[in-house]
Design a protein around this ligand. Structure first.
Ligand SMILES: [Zn+2]
Length: 84
């Protein structure tokens, strides 16, 4: 007896893949410490976010604050942590 076999190639996986491409936005910034260009990946599933990322060149903590609206980054601030 043949058992009906339905092959489900994870449509959920494809959905997640598309989603992860859409919500991750790569951006180049200049490190406020060493001046090197570094690439960061912004999570644009949120409208606004502030976080600290260590520079991949000099390992200093960089404060990154950005706003994301209507499909693009509208404002991005890069500061050395501790500066006001
Ligand atoms: Zn640096």
């Amino acid at each position: 007896m043949l058992i009906p076999f339905k092959l489900v190639i994870g449509s959920q996986d494809i959905y997640n893949l598309k989603r992860s491409i859409m919500i991750n936005h790569e951006h180049n910034i200049l490190c406020p410490y060493c001046g090197e260009t570094i690439s960061i990946v912004l999570d644009i599933s949120v409208d606004e976010q502030e976080y600290i990322e260590d520079c991949c060149v000099c390992c200093q903590p960089i404060l990154i604050h950005y706003r994301f609206q209507l499909g693009k980054i509208t404002n991005i601030e890069i500061r050395a942590e501790g500066e006001i």
